[in-house]
Design a protein around this ligand. Structure first.
Ligand code: ACO
Ligand code: OAA
Length: 440
C-alpha cells in the first residue's frame, strides 16, 4: 500500500509550495518526518533554525509522546486509568498494592506463589542496609530537607550497588536487554528507596531504624522500619490496611515529569538507582509531587473555611497557585480524588479528629474553586494531591514525610517504565532547542 492510501497527513509548505505526505500511525505522526520539509534554499543546516529541516517546537512537551508503552493508559477526558489490562477501579476493589506492583512490573497479576516470591525478594533486600547508607544519613542535621537526605541516602546505595559499579567496568551494557539482571535491579532499587526513606524518617526523629522482617510485606516492612507499629510490635494494621489500597491509586501515572526524568537519565544506560535519583529530584518539585505537601500547608495557614475566599482571591490575582488543583492531562476531576476523600473518613481515628477541620478547609476550597469562573473557564479541577496529605496526616505522618511517602508510592511505576525501556531498542534522549540569539 502506498503512503497516500494509508492514513496520512498532507502538508503544504507555503514557502516552497511543496507538498509532503507524512504517515499517521496509532494517531501519531513521527516528528523526524518533519525534517524532510526543507526551506526554500533547499539546504538543511542544523546550526541555523531558519535553514534546517522543520523542527517541532513543544515547550513543556504539551503534545509530544517520547515513548511507546503498554503499562498505563489514561483516558483523560473520561477520567479513567488502567494499568496493563485492568482498570484501577477494579484493582482498588479487588487487589492490594503488592499485586498491583507485580502487575506493573511483570505485566500480570501474581499467583499466590509469585506474590510470595516477590514479597520475599523485596523483604530480603530490605534487610541488607549498607553501612555507608546509614552513615551518610546520620551525617545530616535531623532538621535538613527530607528530600535532599533521601537523595544522599540513595547516592550511597548507588555507590555500592553492583549495577552502578558495573557501568564503568565493561563496554557491554549491564542491563539493556538483560532482563534477569533488570528484574533483580528492580527489586534492589525498590528496597533501596524504601529503606532510605525509612532511615531518613528515623534519623529525623532520633530513633533507630528497625530491621526489616524477611517474611514481612513490602509496605509492612516500611512501617516496621519506621516504627509505625501496633502494641504487639507488628506494623500498624490500620496504616498498612490504608496504604496497600492508597498506593494502588498512586502506583503509576504514565509519562509524568518524574517518570520522564528518570527515563531521560536511564536512556544514557545509567543504573536504575541513579536514574531514580533524577526522578525523585523532579518528583518533589512544587508543581509535581511536592504539591501534596504545599496543599496541606495551605490548609494549615488558612485554618478555617471562612478564610478560603481570601486564598481564592490571592490565586485569582496571580499572587500564588492553588496547590492540589489543575492537571496537565485531566480537565475533569482527577479520578483518584473521590477514593482518597472517602478513605480520609474511613481511616481517620478519634485522636486525629482534630485534623479534620482541615478536611473542611479542603472541601470548601474545592467547593468555591469548582464554582468560580477563573477555575471553570480553565477547566481547573481537584487533583490527587488536594486530599492526599490529609489522609497521610490522619494516619499519623507528619508533613516532613508526606512527599517522601508519595514518592515511594510511585517508585513501582517508575521501575515498570525502566524495565520496559531496558527491553526496547536503546535510544539516547536528547531534545532540541530553537536558538533565538544571533547566529555568528
Ligand atoms: C501528582 C501530581 O503531580 S498532580 C499535579 C500537582 N501540582 C499542583 O497541584 C500544582 C498546582 N497546579 C499547577 O500548577 C498546574 O495546574 C499544573 C502544573 C499541574 C499543570 O499545568 P499546565 O498543564 O501547564 O496548565 P497551565 O499552566 O497551562 O494552566 C492553564 C491556566 O490555568 C492556570 N492554572 C493552572 N493551574 C493553576 C493553579 N493550580 N492555580 C492557579 N492557576 C492555575 C494557569 O496559570 C493558566 O492560566 P492562563 O491561561 O491565564 O495563563
Ligand atoms: O500525571 C502527572 O502529570 C502528574 C502526576 O504524577 C499524577 O497526577 O499522579
Amino acid at each position: 500500500m502506498t503512503v497516500e492510501k494509508s492514513p496520512h497527513l498532507t502538508v503544504l509548505d507555503s514557502r516552497t509550495q511543496k507538498t509532503y505526505v507524512l504517515p499517521i500511525t496509532n494517531n501519531t505522526v513521527n516528528a523526524i518526518d518533519f525534517r524532510s520539509i526543507v526551506p526554500p534554499s533547499g539546504k538543511s543546516n542544523p546550526a541555523d533554525t531558519s535553514e534546517a529541516g522543520l523542527t517541532v517546537l513543544d515547550r513543556g512537551f504539551l503534545n509530544t509522546a517520547c515513548i511507546e508503552s503498554s503499562i498505563t493508559y489514561i483516558d483523560a477526558p473520561r477520567g479513567r486509568i488502567q494499568y496493563r489490562d485492568q482498570s484501577i477501579d477494579h484493582l482498588f476493589e479487588n487487589n492490594d498494592y503488592e499485586e498491583v506492583l507485580h502487575l506493573l512490573v511483570f505485566s500480570h497479576l501474581p499467583t499466590p506463589e509469585e506474590k510470595e516470591t516477590f514479597r520475599r525478594a523485596l523483604s530480603e533486600e530490605m534487610t541488607k542496609v549498607p553501612e555507608v547508607v546509614k552513615q551518610v544519613i546520620q551525617a545530616f542535621d535531623p532538621k535538613s530537607s527530607t528530600s535532599a537526605m533521601i537523595l544522599a541516602g540513595l547516592s550511597a546505595y548507588a555507590a555500592v550497588d553492583e549495577g552502578s559499579q558495573a557501568l564503568h567496568s565493561s563496554a557491554k551494557p549491564h542491563y539493556h536487554g538483560r532482563m534477569a539482571a533488570v528484574d533483580a535491579a528492580v527489586v534492589r532499587t525498590l528496597a533501596a528507596a524504601a529503606t532510605t526513606i525509612a532511615a531518613v524518617y528515623c534519623h529525623k526523629r532520633g530513633k533507630p531504624l528497625t530491621p526489616a522482617d524477611p517474611s514481612g510485606s513490602f509496605i509492612g516492612n516500611i512501617l516496621l522500619m519506621m516504627g509505625h507499629v501496633d502494641e504487639d510490635g507488628k506494623p500498624s494494621r490500620r496504616v498498612e490496611g490504608c496504604l496497600k489500597r492508597l498506593w494502588i491509586l498512586y502506583a503509576d501515572h504514565e509519562m509524568t515529569n518524574s517518570t520522564a526524568a528518570m527515563l531521560h537519565a536511564s536512556s544514557t544506560l545509567t543504573d536504575p538507582i541513579s536514574a531514580s535519583i533524577a526522578g525523585i529530584v523532579s518528583a518533589y518539585g512544587p508543581l509535581h509531587g511536592g504539591a501534596i505537601d504545599l496543599a496541606y500547608r495551605g490548609f494549615q495557614q488558612i485554618g478555617t473555611p471562612e478564610n478560603v475566599p481570601a486564598l481564592i482571591g490571592a490565586v485569582k490575582a496571580r499572587k500564588q497557585r492553588l496547590f492540589g488543583y489543575g492537571h496537565r492531562i485531566y480537565k475533569v476531576v482527577d479520578p483518584r480524588t473521590h477514593y482518597i476523600r472517602e478513605m480520609i473518613t474511613e481511616y481517620a481515628t478519634d485522636d486525629k479528629l482534630d485534623e479534620l477541620p482541615f478536611l473542611k478547609v479542603a472541601l470548601e476550597i474545592d467547593r468555591v474553586a469548582s464554582n468560580d469562573p477563573y477555575f471553570t473557564s480553565r477547566n481547573l479541577k481537584a487533583n490527587a494531591d488536594l486530599y492526599g496529605a490529609l489522609l497521610y496526616s490522619s494516619l499519623g505522618f507528619e508533613t516532613d514525610t508526606i512527599v517522601a511517602m508519595a514518592v515511594m508510592s510511585r517508585m513501582g511505576g517508575a521501575m515498570a517504565h525502566w524495565k520496559e525501556s531496558m527491553g526496547q531498542s536503546t535510544i539516547l534522549w536528547r531534545p532540541q532547542q530553537v536558538f533565538t540569539g544571533l547566529v555568528m
